[in-house]
Design a protein around this ligand. Structure first.
Ligand SMILES: [Fe+2]
Length: 270
């Protein structure tokens, strides 16, 4: 069965949108069949081996990472990846979730984790986005299944809105959970067979998991659609944050200090 038919048969658009709005996360188990997963794995390997046009390598301590710029990468060079993330069905969901002017799936990232270390802290992203990931291997708590806290996007979005309205910069958001908050955060681990899809609002608390030993590996493809209307991540020249970054000088702290919280400063790792 072709990709479009699989998406058509397995994704209930209305139910997906409702779940995303209420829970911040939506899991579609075994969305893609074995042939589609095999095709995605071939393209995954091709990206790292051949570095097609529009692909760049990034630093990723738990393993390796490639970023695909969907504006410059030729769809014909990664047809299966393209047909999943650029499908009309997926576009309908994205448009319902994102504000007008948001770029849908401007980046697609492939990561291959092979080292035993936390893939990310428990955090929400500095810039709010709708992310979608597909497991390319059977994935559970032993090989880095993603975890999330259901419904936590509501509180974190409110904090973000208030912080930015008081003049804070997204890089100063305290987006790593504090020790004292851990008890009240109920993380659910999302296990599933290869071909399963997770769509989530990155304002939810989430964590990338960890490999339990060095015989394990994780392979995922994920896309990102940033919500429109957010301040730029690079501080404006001569702004207080620009001075702080450039000269490391003391300036008044940003608004809304939350005791015990830390910042990722734009990445998902410390
Ligand atoms: Fe994240």
């Amino acid at each position: 069965m072709d990709i479009a038919s699989q998406l058509e048969r397995r994704i209930d658009v209305r139910a997906t949108i409702n779940t995303l709005k209420s829970d911040g996360f939506c899991f579609i188990e075994a969305l893609l069949d074995q042939d589609a997963v095999a095709g995605l794995n071939v393209e995954f390997q091709k990206v790292f081996d051949e570095l097609p046009l529009g692909v760049s390598m990034g630093t990723h301590p738990p393993g390796r990472m490639a970023t695909i710029d969907t504006q410059t990468c030729d769809a014909a060079s990664l047809p299966i990846t393209h047909s999943v993330f650029m499908s009309s069905k997926y576009r309908i969901i994205s448009e319902a979730m994102l504000s007008k002017g948001s770029k849908i799936n401007d980046k697609i990232v492939m990561t291959h984790e092979t080292k035993v270390m936390p893939i990310s802290d428990i955090h929400f992203d500095s810039q709010r986005a709708l992310k979608t990931l597909i497991y390319l291997l059977d994935t559970d708590v032993g090989n880095g299944a993603i975890s999330y806290c259901k419904g936590s996007h509501v509180e974190n979005s409110a904090y973000r809105k208030e912080f930015l309205s008081q003049g804070g910069h997204p890089l100063d958001l305290q987006n790593i959970v504090s020790e004292s908050e851990l008890e009240s955060i109920n993380l659910e681990c999302v296990s599933g067979p290869a071909g399963s899809m997770v769509i989530f609002d990155t304002d939810c608390w989430h964590s990338g998991g960890c490999l339990e030993n060095d015989t394990k590996e994780r392979r995922i493809i994920r896309s990102r659609s940033k919500f429109a209307g957010q301040p730029p991540m690079r501080p404006n020249r001569f702004s207080p944050l620009w001075f702080r970054r450039r000269f490391n000088i003391f300036l008044p702290p940003p608004p809304f200090e939350i005791p015990g919280r830390e910042r990722t400063r734009g990445t998902s790792r410390k």
